[in-house]
Design a protein around this ligand. Structure first.
Ligand code: PLP
Length: 382
């Protein structure tokens, strides 16, 4: 099989599994206990925290483990907004955020938090000037993702964070898609909170973390035994945390080997091949400021789903957009926010490359995809 859906999830790296396995077996201790079995688990959790912190280049004490990207986003938004000054309660999010942010914003809105949704341009970019016009001194938090899961567009996070800070607001970024693909360092991005997820970087599903800059107060959303410095109670999922830590260590090594450079060369071969072989195709997302492994298109006059089924018959796994919304009857909120007509959105296809993708994989897709689209178009016309 040729797997081209790395934005949905990635396979577990064998060395990640190897590090996790003892914690499903003989090393079953609870990290909060004082005897050596518990302390072995505690030390594994500490090592994992150091590895996540190394990838982000932040102090280890600023990392909180969560059950994934969704929980990290929820903790960031709810944790900041559940107790705010009456004159500074507004939340600003972009219109192309993942549902983990957008639905949380809508939940908070239903419970009295004023919410502003930022528009994007045709590339899916939030323009800093637009934020500058919409932000006021009533804003507590701005949340804009580092890179988009459907179209791969990388946001000008440093500039956006600067605008937020000028207005006295905090800045959160959902870096679930960017971490592991490109360098993500909160100090350079200038953000205050950042979410990441293990299963997008060859780690286990159900693992993730929220980085919170020291000095930012976060209200716990999970109360109980006081784990994770009282921010996120619950006995630690030690195997998942260990797996996340190892995945971050591997991601750090890959980034220093110019991983992004190799991946973007493959991506460009794929984009150029598709655009030249399939007429009436639109590249969605920014042409250059996009994730290195991310290619996404809309083919006019076809539906994405039959394209996916035909690709699957040929042994190629791809996606019509976000994995979370596939199968949904409503058109993608991301492509809609970018101003793409509903008819065109129907023909959306996302191909996302990963660390084991090859030129041969790309060329096989380029050999098959144009024929699939042409035959579906002729069926449609016939
Ligand atoms: N944020 C973004 C941008 C994502 O792409 C995803 C997953 O698709 C998430 C958040 C949710 O992460 P998780 O699956 O770890 O809950």
């Amino acid at each position: 099989m040729i797997y081209l859906d790395h934005a949905a999830t990635t396979p577990l790296d064998p060395s990640v599994l190897e590090e996790m396995l003892p914690f499903f077996g003989e090393l079953y201790g609870n990290p909060s206990t004082l005897y050596s079995l518990g302390q072995a688990a505690r030390s594994a959790v500490d090592t994992a925290r150091d590895r996540v912190a190394d990838l982000l280049n932040v102090p280890s004490r600023e990392i909180t483990f969560t059950s994934g990207g969704t929980e990290a986003d929820n903790l960031a938004l709810r944790g900041v907004l559940c107790e705010v000054r009456p004159d500074r309660r507004r939340l600003i999010v972009s219109s192309v955020e993942h549902e983990a942010v957008l639905d949380t914003a809508h939940f908070l809105e239903r419970h009295g938090i004023p919410v502003t949704v930022l528009p994007v341009d045709g590339d899916g970019t939030v323009q800093p000037d637009v934020l500058r016009k919409m932000i006021g001194t009533d804003t507590a938090l701005v949340s804009v993702m580092t890179a988009n899961n459907e179209v791969g567009t990388i946001q000008p996070v440093a500039e956006l964070a600067n605008v937020a800070h000028e207005a006295g607001a905090l800045f959160h970024t959902d870096a679930v898609q960017a971490v592991g693909s490109v360098p993500v360092h909160p100090a350079e991005l200038g953000c205050d909170l950042l979410s990441l997820s293990g299963h997008k970087i060859y780690g286990p599903k159900g693992s993730g973390a929220l980085w919170v800059r020291s000095g930012v107060h976060l209200f716990a959303q999970m109360t109980g035994g006081g784990q994770e410095r009282r921010v996120r109670s619950g006995t630690e999922n030690v195997p998942a945390i260990v797996g996340l830590g190892k995945a971050c260590e591997l991601a750090n090594a890959r980034i220093s080997e110019n991983y992004a450079g190799k991946l973007s060369a493959l991506r460009d071969r794929l984009i150029e091949g598709v655009m030249s072989a399939i007429p009436d195709t639109m590249l969605t997302g920014h042409r250059d400021l996009r994730l290195p492994g991310h290619a996404s298109f809309c083919f006019r006059g076809v539906e994405g789903e039959p394209v996916l089924i035909n690709l699957d018959f040929s042994g190629i796994a791809a996606s019509s957009g976000s994995a979370c919304s596939s199968g949904a009857s409503t058109p993608s909120h991301v492509l809609s926010a970018m101003g793409i007509p509903a008819d065109t959105i129907k023909g959306a296809l996302r191909l996302t490359l990963g660390k084991d993708s090859t030129v041969e994989d790309v060329d096989r897709v380029l050999g098959i995809l144009p024929r699939i689209v042409a035959s579906l178009r002729s069926l449609q016309r016939g």
